[in-house]
Design a protein. Structure first.
Length: 541
């Protein structure tokens, strides 16, 4: 079965001569034969679903008027109302023939947020429907319960093969289905928690991709009680014009059971390069080489320290080649090693540093990403840990591009004793760690006066116009209100039988971690922003 996209679901029913209004709600009944209905003027109309649309329930209501108030109700096996929405809904469009696909007990389907100003040119193409952050979509996965249970019971097995699953994504105007995807546990540190992240791979051979994304991730945010830190980091990167992935919140169910409130992001792989960096263009015909750096091997980091020209000199778990580009299969790291050699041989005291590196590296993108790493306290990123970043040789520009990824350990959620210092002090500390200097930081940002001047210019501008409480606090407050019920739902899910750690977050933790310290996190999100925003001007004379 091929993927199915049904914009404005039930268009055929809506065109029926008898139908005045089609009502659509997403919901999971309490029993196998339970259902949903809609009550209009105290009259109940049962809603129905199908194997091709579950958990979306719909019905024509003959004689209904778009101006009539309505509410959705939950029905038991006998069709008796056992629960109902506490609020009255109204269709806002006078001549509407159908409601959007609404979610049971969620009063607002769409929400707008205070804007974050775009202070540098927006380098991203138009946003994908998959990452519409004005609404919360629903993802329902179906899999063999025995095989699924075994996978979830052994999350630390990173070599386990993906299992087969059905996939359905529903938002306000779309139902997207794939009969068979590959599903596996995702992440590294997140595998140690009871709430897990998932990776979904679509069957490209059958023409199935998720809005041109063949691989997506459902990030658990298992160590982050607000669910907001990573999303706010995306917003900030977008505002300063950094090319990266996007993210949107979703509710996830597996086999009709709650699984969790997750952040949907795309995987950083070759389709991302084509869709985002190259803006969907056919050119270049061949994509360049791509490497992902990680520090998951104890004692090792993606430092970019040159160890010779041979691939054998670099741990593939730390320097992972994701696309060959101009390299050979025998020496997949050769092109990247040449870049690291240039870095090793570079004398940062020489004049013309900006010109020298702009022929080898998109310096603007690199500096903006580093500004955000520093401001966001991205403890698990490239500057601090040599982790969670990629390097792409862009054949269109004939130079390298730095791409950041994975932003859960940000905005005070991390090793603050390490990151809560002036940037020059920390850069200098990299030089004192034997074998763990990060020369891309120390030689360019710290030691080269010309590049340092550009870095501080971007840093100052970002603090003045984006990274401050006056700009970000209204956005945070809107997010808090938007996802409060989703967070409470996530914290209510019983994961007691799952292996792993349980931070035992509550809705109080959710709110408190925005404004102050909670167990394991020394700053709240808002105080952290204030700390950085007030400290940076003191560092830049």
């Amino acid at each position: 079965m091929r993927s199915l996209i049904i914009p404005g679901f039930l268009a055929l029913i809506a065109s029926s001569a008898l139908a005045d209004v089609v009502y659509n709600v997403v919901g999971f009944p309490d029993t196998e034969k339970g259902a949903f209905g809609v009550v209009i003027n105290n009259k109940l109309t049962p809603l129905t679903t199908t194997d091709a649309t579950f958990p979306l329930w719909s019905a024509n209501v003959v004689g209904a008027n778009p101006s009539s108030g309505y509410r959705y109700v939950k029905l038991d096996d006998a069709g008796t109302i056992i629960d109902k929405e506490k609020f009255l809904r109204r269709i806002t469009t006078v001549k509407a023939k159908s409601t959007p696909n609404e979610f049971y007990q969620r009063q607002n389907t769409f929400t707008t947020f205070p804007a974050v100003p775009q202070i540098y040119p927006d380098v991203l193409p138009s946003k994908s429907k998959a990452f519409d952050d004005t609404q919360i979509a629903t993802i329902h996965l179906t899999a063999d319960p025995v095989i699924l249970a075994d996978m979830l019971a052994n999350p630390l097995d990173e070599e386990r093969k993906a299992i087969k699953a059905g996939f359905r994504f529903i938002n306000a105007d779309t139902v997207y289905s794939a009969a068979e995807v590959k599903l596996k546990v995702s992440g590294h540190g997140s595998r140690k928690f009871k709430k897990l992240s998932l990776k979904v791979k679509f069957n490209e051979d059958k023409g199935e991709t998720f809005f041109n994304r063949p691989v997506i991730k459902l990030r658990s945010e298992s160590s982050e009680p607000t669910f907001i830190r990573e999303k706010l980091y995306f917003d900030s990167l977008n505002a300063i014009g950094v090319v990266t992935t996007q993210g949107a919140w979703v509710r996830v169910y597996v086999n009709k059971k709650p699984f969790g409130f997750h952040l949907l992001v795309e995987d950083m792989d070759t389709p991302f390069l084509r869709n985002t960096i190259h803006k969907g263009n056919a050119e270049p015909a061949e994509l360049g080489s791509l490497y992902q750096m990680g520090s998951h091997v104890i004692g090792q980091e993606g430092t970019l320290i040159y160890n010779g020209s041979l691939t054998a000199n670099y741990n593939p778990d730390v320097y992972s080649n994701k696309n060959l580009g101009a390299n050979t299969k025998d020496e997949p790291i050769a092109q990247f090693a040449a870049f690291m050699k240039d870095l090793a041989e570079y004398d940062p005291t020489l004049p013309g540093g900006l010109k020298f590196w702009n022929t080898r590296l998109n310096v603007d993108q690199f500096l903006k990403a580093m500004v955000m790493e520093y401001l966001g306290g991205a403890w698990d990123g490239s500057w601090w840990k040599g982790n969670n970043f990629l390097m792409y040789f862009n054949p269109t520009e004939a130079r390298w591009q730095f791409i950041p990824t994975d932003f859960d350990s940000t905005f005070s959620d991390g090793n603050l004793a390490d990151v809560a210092v002036p940037y020059k002090q920390f850069a200098a500390s990299r030089l004192r760690r034997k074998g763990k200097d990060h020369p891309l930081i120390t030689k360019l940002i710290y030691k080269n006066k010309e590049i340092n001047k550009e870095f501080e210019k971007i840093l100052k501008n970002t603090v003045q116009k984006v990274f401050n409480n006056a700009v970000l606090d209204p956005r945070i407050a809107a997010y808090e209100k938007f996802i409060e019920a989703e967070a409470a739902w996530d914290f209510s899910i019983d994961r007691s039988k799952n292996p792993g750690k349980d931070p035992k977050f509550t809705i109080s933790t959710f709110h408190n971690s925005l404004t102050g310290p909670v167990t394991g996190i020394s700053y709240g999100v808002k105080p952290w922003i204030n700390y950085r925003a007030t400290d940076v001007p003191k560092q830049i004379k």
